[in-house]
Design a protein around this ligand. Structure first.
Ligand SMILES: [Zn+2]
Length: 262
C-alpha cells in the first residue's frame, strides 16, 4: 500500500512538473525548433492528406527490445483510424545501437533520436515519425514513455516490464501496447496540447491527459502505477472525446496552434 501511494505521489508530482510530453517551456529546442517543434506540432500533417499523402513510422529498438507484433499492428490501426494517408502508413522496424548507457533524459531522446532517424520529419510528401524502444530507464521513476518533440517519442520497455503487476493482468505486452499508443496520442496533440477542446475531458490534475479511465490518454497509462486499473484492463483506444477532438482538428473546426506545417 505504501509503495503504491509513493508511486502515485511520484507520478502526480512528475505530471505537475513536466508530464510525459517534453514540449515547451524547457528551452531545450534550440536550433532544431523549426524542424522538430513540440508534441502536437505535426498533428495536421498526419490528420490531413494535402501536405503528406503517406506516412512512415520508424521504430528503432535496442537488441532485445523489439516491440511486440501486436503493438505494431495496434499502433498502425490507431493511426489509420484518424490520419488521412491515401499512400499508406508504413511501420519500419530496425535494430539500432543507440550508443547510450544508463538512464535517459528527454534531451537524450531528442538528440539520439535525431542522430538515429533515417529521414527528416517532413520528407517530401512523406511524414516521418520516429519511436525509440531503447534499453535503460527514463531518468524519473514512474514514467514508461515520453513524447519529446513533434515527431519523436520513446517507450522504455525496462520500465514497462517492471510495471507488470503480480496479478495476471494487464500483461507487459498490454502495457507496452497502451503506452505506445498513448505517446503517439501526444504526437497527435492529445489532450489540449495544441488546441482547446470544447469537451471537458482534460484532467486538470494531469495536464495533457484525459480524465476518462477508458481512454488510452488517461494519465495513469504511462505511469508505473498501471496496476491500479480497476478492471485489470488497460485501455489502448482513443475514446469518443479524443476522436472528436481529432476530427475537429482535421476539419478545421478546432484551430491547431504550434503547427510546423498547415
Ligand atoms: Zn502522457
Amino acid at each position: 500500500m505504501q509503495s503504491r501511494l509513493f508511486a502515485m505521489l511520484t507520478v502526480f508530482l512528475l505530471s505537475g512538473l513536466s508530464g510525459c510530453f517534453g514540449g515547451g517551456g524547457d528551452g531545450i529546442f534550440g536550433d532544431g525548433e523549426e524542424l522538430y517543434g513540440e508534441p502536437g506540432g505535426l498533428t495536421l500533417a498526419c490528420l490531413r492528406s494535402d501536405g503528406f499523402d503517406s506516412m512512415v513510422v520508424e521504430i528503432d529498438y535496442s537488441t532485445g527490445y523489439q516491440p511486440d507484433s501486436s503493438t505494431v499492428s495496434t499502433l498502425k490501426s490507431r493511426l489509420q483510424q484518424v490520419c488521412d494517408k491515401p499512400g499508406g502508413i508504413d511501420i519500419q522496424l530496425s535494430e539500432t545501437n543507440f550508443e547510450h548507457q544508463g538512464s535517459w533524459s528527454a534531451d537524450d531522446v531528442r538528440e539520439i533520436g535525431r542522430d538515429t532517424r533515417e529521414g527528416v520529419p517532413q520528407d517530401g510528401k512523406v511524414l516521418r515519425w520516429h519511436l525509440l524502444f531503447p534499453s535503460g530507464s527514463y531518468e524519473n521513476d514512474g514514467v514508461l514513455g515520453v513524447a519529446v518533440d513533434a515527431s519523436t517519442a520513446a517507450v522504455f520497455l525496462d520500465d514497462v516490464r517492471d510495471a507488470e503487476p503480480w496479478t495476471t493482468r494487464p500483461s507487459a505486452e498490454q502495457i507496452e501496447e497502451a503506452v505506445t499508443v498513448h505517446e503517439v496520442g501526444h504526437l497527435l496533440g492529445l489532450v489540449n496540447l495544441v488546441y482547446q477542446s470544447p469537451r471537458p475531458h482534460e484532467d486538470p490534475d494531469h495536464p495533457g491527459h484525459s480524465n476518462n479511465e477508458d481512454s488510452v490518454m488517461y494519465w495513469a497509462v504511462e505511469s508505473g502505477d498501471i496496476s491500479s486499473f480497476i478492471s485489470n484492463d488497460v485501455p489502448d483506444e482513443f475514446d469518443a472525446d479524443d476522436l472528436a477532438d481529432l476530427a475537429d482538428l482535421a476539419s478545421g473546426e478546432l484551430v491547431a496552434s504550434k503547427q510546423l506545417w498547415s
